[in-house]
Design a protein around this ligand. Structure first.
Ligand code: DGT
Ligand code: CA
Ligand code: CA
Length: 567
């Protein structure tokens, strides 16, 4: 295959990029760029022109040198000049130029000083705080880069659960509609509600697996079919998400669902328990010798190995099997248990309050705490918002609106409330919104000090992490949890898909310590109340029951608990 016009243009663009990073002559660089655009826009193939013996130097801007290079690329598929440049710089370095905020100068600095030549290396360096120290960079540039790189998602990034849902649920529905399909479920880490998933594991029962395989691979968002067999296939969607599909007969559905829900560690431990009972358990069923004793439903599998049903969120081999055998599994909090949300902040309060009220009522909620970013509001604006909440409460239709105020926790642990009267609010929501990278002792002292404030109520998104974008603060979370418990304050489990903060392992600590968690949506738009399901997933993974969650309480009980937070 002779090189196409776009192949030629790519080579010229790469040469221009490399020359730019090397800070070479601007005219030379422009000549390559112009040539790339010209060749790209030619109505005929440069290769055919050459084959017909046409003289390329007659094209505008193409001299002998460039014409020779075009011939070289057409004939050999490569170009010695580019290879020479690649010896000076790694080939991947040009990908850095595509990142918003990075020009040739900065790319050169990154390479010279930190040996960075890929977006992944850059991401790691930014996260290590090395980039801000470079000449020509700073904290602002660093933040912009982090954002740009977050959108790109580094190659090894896992997908946030909500993103996986956005792509997985329509695919599941598509499979469920194929004639002959009975069940179509997403198993794996998705079903266990892990905060991120590596890939999706779809499980389908159908008589005719061949049709399912074909339709799966034809799904419009499939970018690449990695493998396709009789009953299993793996594809990659256009956004990079990998999806495994397994088709099983109906009689094995329960066993397969159990197996592919995992986790692997849980499965291994269950298999050991089954062995003690002289049973064999795999994705086809539970067997005693050659005889199959269970497998059609998940329940039948549990029953066969004499265990109570264990919720998928608990299946991590973190003590759930011991608890199951001892009969001490927790009754996990459910979506219906949530009677309210202690942190919603409509962007335009007066315009959107009604929409929020309606959405909350549809979810049979009893209260909503409207959180005002008071420090960013003028006093008149603030009074107006408080009055709007009062009016909505007078109209009273089974939903109580509480007043909350968001305050930043300053680096010294003071509440940065300006001249706001905190007594005007039912809830004071404190959060770390700056200086995320303080050393552990300082960060912990900062938060503990904030908790001492006599009006402090709720510690919002405690670790400050943003999935794939910002690491959690270095904070002694168990200590903060104990302090919150003693102070009778609440810790938030923020359900925003990129936060899911407090993380599951700390929810478990909160449960053991007896601290109360508020599962909040953090919604800025009413539709975002939907996000509560992701927060709920984390809570369940952290073994929380309704009694551990403050917003499962009645309004009266909540008011009493709020009163108790006041010193
Ligand atoms: P992920 O995709 O990294 O978020 O995590 P999972 O748990 O979805 O893992 P994945 O997709 O590799 O496999 C899905 C399930 O299949 C896994 O949770 C348990 C089961 N599984 C996979 N490989 C093995 C294995 O070697 N042994 C056992 N017992 N189960 C396995
Ligand atoms: Ca998976
Ligand atoms: Ca998988």
């Amino acid at each position: 295959m002779p090189a196409s016009n776009s192949d030629i243009a790519k080579v010229f663009d790469e040469i221009a990029d490399l020359l730019e990073i090397l800070d070479e002559n601007a005219f030379r660089i422009r000549a390559y760029r112009n040539a790339a655009r010209l060749i790209e826009g030619l109505g005929v193939s440069a290769g055919q022109m050459l084959a017909k013996g046409e003289d390329l130097t007659e094209l505008p801007g193409i001299g002998k040198d460039l014409a020779g290079k075009i011939r070289e690329i057409v004939e050999t598929g490569t170009c010695a000049a580019r290879e020479e440049l690649r010896k000076k710089l790694p080939a991947t370095i040009t990908t850095l130029l595509k990142i918003p905020g990075l020009g040739p100068k900065r790319v050169q600095t990154l390479y010279r000083r930190l040996d960075i030549s890929t977006p992944e290396q850059l991401y790691a360096a930014v996260k290590d705080g090395k980039v801000r120290e470079l000449p020509g960079f700073g904290e602002k540039t660093e933040a912009a880069l982090l954002q740009a790189l977050g959108r790109r998602a580094p190659a090894d990034a896992r997908f946030p659960l909500a993103v996986a849902a956005q792509y997985g649920e329509p695919l599941r529905a598509y499979l469920a509609k194929i004639p002959g399909v009975n069940d179509a479920v997403i198993a794996g880490s998705y079903r266990r509600s892990r905060e991120t998933v590596g890939d999706l594991d779809l499980l389908v029962t159908a008589k005719d697996s061949a049709t399912v395989m074909d339709r799966f691979c034809e799904y419009p968002h499939v970018a690449d079919v990695k493998s396709k067999g009789d009953t299993r296939a793996t594809v990659v969607l256009a956004n990079g998400l990998q999806v495994d599909l397994r088709v099983v007969p109906r009689t094995s559905f329960g066993a397969a669902l159990y197996y592919f829900t995992g986790s692997k560690n849980h499965n291994v431990a269950v298999r050991r328990i089954a062995q003690q009972r002289k049973l064999k358990i795999n994705e086809y069923g539970v067997f005693r010798g050659k005889r199959r004793v269970a497998g059609e439903t998940e329940q039948s599998v549990f029953k066969a190995v004499r265990l109570p049903f264990i919720a998928p969120e608990l299946r991590e081999n973190r003590g759930e099997l011991e608890a199951a055998q001892a009969g001490t599994l927790p009754t996990l909090v459910a979506l219906d248990d949530l009677r309210g949300d202690l942190n919603v902040s409509p962007r335009d309060l007066e315009a959107e309050l009604e929409t929020f009220v309606e959405a909350a009522r549809q979810r049979t909620m009893r209260y909503l705490a409207i959180t005002l970013p008071a420090r960013h509001m003028k006093p008149a604006q603030l009074q107006q918002s408080l009055a709007a909440i009062d009016r909505a409460n007078e109209a009273r239709r089974g939903l109580v609106l509480l007043k909350a105020v968001a305050v930043d926790i300053a680096e010294n642990g003071e509440l940065d409330a300006g001249n706001i009267a905190l007594d005007d609010f039912d809830i004071v929501t404190g959060a770390v919104n700056s200086a995320f990278d303080l050393p552990r002792a300082k960060q912990t002292r900062r938060v503990l000090r904030a908790l001492e404030h006599p009006r402090f109520t709720l510690f919002a998104h405690p670790t400050g992490r943003l999935l794939n974008r910002r690491e959690p603060c270095d904070l002694d979370v168990p200590r903060v949890i104990r302090a919150a418990r003693e102070r009778k304050c609440f810790l938030e489990l923020n359900s925003q898909p990129e936060r899911l903060d407090l993380p599951d392992v700390y929810c478990r600590v909160a449960r053991e310590e007896g601290a109360l968690i508020a599962i909040n949506s953090g919604a800025q738009r009413a539709a975002e109340l939907e996000h509560l399901r992701y927060g709920l997933g984390q809570a369940r993974r952290g073994w929380l029951g309704a009694k551990n969650v403050v917003n499962t309480r009645t309004v009266a009980d909540l008011r009493a608990l709020l009163q108790a937070t006041r010193l």
